[in-house]
Write a protein that binds this ligand. Sequence first.
Ligand code: PHE
Length: 331
Amino acid sequence: KQEILAFEPATAADLEQYRIKFLGTKGIVKAMFGEMKQVPNERKKEFGQVLNGFKQLAEERYTQFEHLKENGAAASTDIDLTLPEEPHRLGSRHPISVVRNKIISIFERLGFAIAEGPEIEDDWHNFTALNLPENHPARDMQDTFYISKHPDWLLRTHTSSVQVRAMESGKLPIRIICPGRVYRNETISARAHCFFHQVEGLYIDENVSFADLKQTLYHFVKELFGDTTRIRFRPSYFPFTEPSAEMDISCQICGGSGCNVCKHTGWVEILGCGMVHPKVLENCGIDPEKYTGFAFGMGIERITMLNYQIKDLRLFSENDTRFLEQFEGAL
Ligand code: PHE
């Protein structure tokens, strides 16, 4: 007790030593309370009162000098309250989002509206309505994840399912693009993943022709890759379009002279397209005698890889900030 009363700290360090000695977890006060269990029961109350008094005294003495601590702390850590705060680090947009937004804005300027739909689809919207009846061999083109507890449900393999929904809505003409995530049961490698992103487009009206398709896509390519980019169409097959084509662009990396990206052909495939099959229009309640339309679909990953010369698709989904930081800021 006397020691406590005689205590006259001059610095924060003195005060801290006092705290450790008396009030710390290994201090005198704690230790004395520890003795409690050796005191006979009938004297416990009395002993407790003395102890509490002692503890109170020790604490009061401490608070009495607490101002030392505050001043001491400020002085010892050089905090300059006038300094501006550390800047907040802004994240960056994911490269897939950057490219998706670019694609969307080009088509928006052409009058296309954005349409979205569910990632868990039914068989009708993903396949059957698109002229891919059950057991049609073309279903093998897209390895599908089915939902085991519900035979009719699956993870959409393309956003063409959204186009079906738009056609079924009955409002014509239709001019939409459908960005979104799609799923395919593929072995994960540098060039394939079990999910990826697409932008598909659909234009249905009277007198829509293949020339409209070509012109629209040519405009798109020049906007996205630059004015000098050339395109070429190769005949292809999709059950939901007739005729169908795949579109290549002149290689952006070597300009056509030959490199690994275009496998020395000078051309890189970027999308599939075609005139909507009359059967598909019919399935969706649109009169194929009156209306025609074109559709196209592209993978965003592929275009992003071309744009930024990214060689491994897996980088997009690994969340490695060293990769992600290299792209445009969030604002
Ligand atoms: N749905 C096709 C795919 O995912 C792409 C496509 C869309 C092709 C529209 C032609 C017309 O592979």
